[in-house]
Design a protein around this ligand. Structure first.
Ligand SMILES: *Cc1c(COP(=O)(O)O)cnc(C)c1O
Length: 389
């Protein structure tokens, strides 16, 4: 078989998996691997979780789709759970992260429009990643994903991530035109970059003082990844708008945009929509994911194993000539290298049986499922050490 019929957008590793269970994947030759990528922060409760398997099969036998022209019970249940966990008040469901961010950006447009701002601006961050649609591409800051897609939308003003003074400077420069700040609590694609402690709190305060919306993209950090339901909970704040996707469906496509009631109210019947968004299957799986994280204590496990992983990596890689910095929050861990190392992911998989990811060419990104145990942590550490050589 060749990939000649597929558009050439990815360069996949020569590995193909046929089965998964928990934190393990089996390839088509029967060999198994420890999965420290989780489909890029998606399969947070592990592969083939029995509760998810029965939710999907039961719902498939009942009803998959009716459209949003009818009331969807599972959608209401998932919205109720998400609002209870986050402190936000209303939800719109999409099918992906980029779409959820488009929903958030449309709310920001409406917010500006309601205030009579004709040319609204949104502050975004250097090294941000918000998706691949034309709108979210404009809000992102990654040369490779934007190359050739000009013109970018002019409504975004970029500031350095983690720099409160830069936000205040932009406020002086652009004044009344700014309607929102959009950011990731921890930048994922940008290299697992954490802002200084207190930054999100300061952004929250500045947004409140200036009447700007604080839009948090928790697509990668949400659903327990950092050891809390949502990363903003580490700083005791609540944003005005938050987007989710990735782990919310554990592999079933779903996205969500949550907002405070005052902001959500800007949508009225007909002003936004989605054919698939919020269908019974995806929402039932979303409910099941939240039940698993809650009832199986995965927030505590992610926090504890995340600390262990960070500490063990720092110990095992102390003084390594290629390692610049090791950082992380919960089970979102980055190892920044001084140079790109060729075939690192393939070496880790083939020689050490552990799947890892590299972002921005030179930062190893570890995103294991939230269910890993101490032995898994040791396997990840020895694979990383072994692959780095
Ligand atoms: C993955 C990701 C997106 C895009 O999600 P898609 O489902 O691929 O559209 C947006 N923002 C962040 C922070 C992400 O990690």
């Amino acid at each position: 078989m060749t990939a000649a019929c597929l558009m050439n957008t990815y360069k996949p590793l020569p590995l193909s998996f046929v089965r998964g269970e928990g934190a393990r994947l089996w390839d088509d030759s029967g060999r198994h691997y420890l999965d420290a990528v989780a489909g890029v922060a998606v399969t947070n409760v592990g592969h083939s979780h029995p509760w998810i398997v029965s939710a999907i099969s039961e719902q498939a036998g009942l009803l998959l789709h009716t459209s949003n022209h009818y009331r969807i019970d599972w959608q209401q249940r998932l919205a109720a759970k998400l609002t209870r966990l986050s402190g936000l008040e209303q939800v719109f469901f999409n099918n992906s992260g980029a779409e959820a961010n488009e929903t958030a950006l449309k709310l920001a447009r409406l917010y500006g429009w309601a205030k009579g701002i004709e040319q609204p601006l949104v502050l975004v961050m250097e090294n941000a990643f918000h998706g691949r649609t034309l709108g979210t591409l404009s809000a992102s800051d990654n040369g490779a994903v934007r190359l050739g897609y000009q013109p970018m939308s002019g409504e975004f003003v970029k500031v350095p991530f983690g720099d409160m003074d830069a936000i205040k400077q932009a406020a002086r420069t652009y004044g009344e035109r700014i309607v929102a700040v959009m950011l990731e609590p921890v930048q994922g694609e940008g290299g697992v970059t954490l802002p200084p402690p207190g930054y999100l709190k300061a952004v929250r305060a500045h947004c409140s003082q200036n009447g700007w919306l604080m839009i948090l993209d928790e697509i990668q950090t949400g659903i327990g990844r950092t050891g809390r339901w949502f990363a903003f909970q580490h700083e005791g704040i609540v944003p005005d708008v938050m987007t989710l996707a990735k782990a919310l469906g554990n592999g079933i496509p779903i996205g969500a945009c949550l907002a405070s009631a005052a902001v959500a109210r800007l949508f009225t019947p007909g002003s936004h929509g989605s054919t698939f968004g919020g269908n019974p299957l995806a929402c039932r799986v979303g409910c099941t994911v939240l039940d698993i994280v809650e009832q199986q204590g995965l927030l505590n496990n992610a926090a504890g194993q995340g600390e262990r992983l960070l500490a063990r990596l720092r110990e095992a890689l102390a003084g390594h000539p290629d390692v610049l910095q090791i950082r992380g929050l919960g089970l979102m861990v980055g190892i920044e290298l001084s140079r790109p190392i060729r075939d690192l992911c393939l070496t880790a998989a083939q020689e050490h049986g552990v799947l890892i990811n590299v972002t921005r060419g030179h930062t190893i990104r570890l995103l294991p499922p939230l269910i890993i145990d101490e032995a898994d942590v040791e396997r990840i550490v020895s694979a990383v050490v072994g692959a780095l050589g």
